[in-house]
Design a protein around this ligand. Sequence first.
Ligand code: TNX
Length: 531
Amino acid sequence: SLLFSAAVIILAFSCGQKQETVPMDQHSIIPIPVSVVPAAGSFTLDGKTAIVLQADPAQVQLIGEYLKSSISALTGLNLNIAQEDRDNAIVLALDASASDKEEGYRLAIMDKKVLISAPQPAGLFYGIQSLQQLIPAHGGKIPGVNNQFSLPQGSIEDYPEYGYRGMMLDVARHFFSVEDVKKLIDQIAVYKINHLHLHLSDDQGWRIEIKSWPLLTTIGGANEVGGGKGGYYTQDDYTEIVRYAQSRFITIVPEIDMPGHTNSALNAYGILNPGITVPEATAVPVDRKALGVDEEDPDATPYHTGIEVGFSTLDTDSPVTYKFIDDVIREISELTPGPYFHIGGDESHVTAMEDYIPFIEKAQEIVTKYGKKTLGWDEVAHAKLLPTSVAQYWAKAENAIMAIDQGSKVLISPAVKAYLDMQYDSTTHLGLHWAAYIELDEAYNWDPTELEAEIRREHILGVEAPLWTETITTMSDIEYMTFPRLAAIAEIAWSPKTARNWEDFSRRIAWHGQRWEAQGKNFYRSPKVEW
Ligand code: TNX
């Protein structure tokens, strides 16, 4: 049969026939759409297909250009963008009746037309993601017959289960360039992820310029796990990331972790140091002169180049601490259009609970003052939370439940299921395994509403998959730990529980593997999938 299909393909090529169309009900779309209704026949995408924008150009021009460049990358076709309707077109239409869900869309593939309609631009963007996954070409090596690409007829109606579908990247343990972050944004947008949480500070590094506290980056940014040179984003860099993410309908969620995980701030400003002890085995003195800082600061701490956690804290009694976090939260909030500021709050093992609680409450007040909502790791539920604050459930269900009991929502990121830095199995050369080994089926086969009886659908803001980077140093490493698992988490966050099924997911993900391979993207070839 292999010989036979090879012969058919060769025959098709030599006779200039169109390739076989895979019917729409055998699609490989991830996350799986809410409803897919196949129809007979196909639509032929070719060099004459136009992209037609049926909406205020100001709102959809960029989306049209995104579609144009995506199709070009997949097929080599260079489509024109037009305003007036015609045959042989992909139409993007803003239409309030297309879906009653904010991020919903409808995708109809007909004989002579593809119509993507949505009430909001975000829906059009998601419709484009689904359309791209119906195009039978991965870019580069596989040309369509006669440069024609055959798409199955049918229609899709789709909208997300959860409004917050996130990934977190730790840029503190190792630093990643603006270019890397943009590349990641492009990769996760394909799976309809709409939040990227950036863990911008930790014991090993401070990664964002704060103009009123300049040494945070000059000194605090010049270190990383293992003691390399680190790095940081200028405020312009950060703004560029925010802008790029917006163009992919992704909201940046900035995190400054406090009161623990703060050694990189204490490296820079001894005045913030309540007298902590950096683990001796991995402590490295700071050479301030070499970094261009003339004044010594005997109260400042040495660098932490290891991965031990829980030894650092801010001084919760000192007024300087609150001046400091006010400045940091203000400067970052001013650069952040999204609604959330993440204050961390995890693993503050050397902060007494009676100090931790008022500290979190003050930080929450400052976040509110600058117009943001507070996000924090689940420990923050020990404090009195505002109803608008969100606790990110990573470790302790009882903390998540405490937050719910206070009227807060929870963001679901259980380390045992959703942590992208957990190894796939005992042979994985990157990552950690303190919470679990997480194979692809383990990352797929769970549901946020089934973790704890007390955590119900109405309490859940969404799902986020964090990637901690103690062992991750390159973009290729990021890709290896993120894919395919993020696709599994994305399906949990987007698709209705009733539509999800491991057997079918493992078939669809294999198709994505081919596309990733064609794009030169690294990923884990899970033995659970027939790639
Ligand atoms: C726990 S998860 C941490 C991080 C580490 C991670 C490693 C969380 C809120 N805190 O500081 O990087 O484990 O998996």
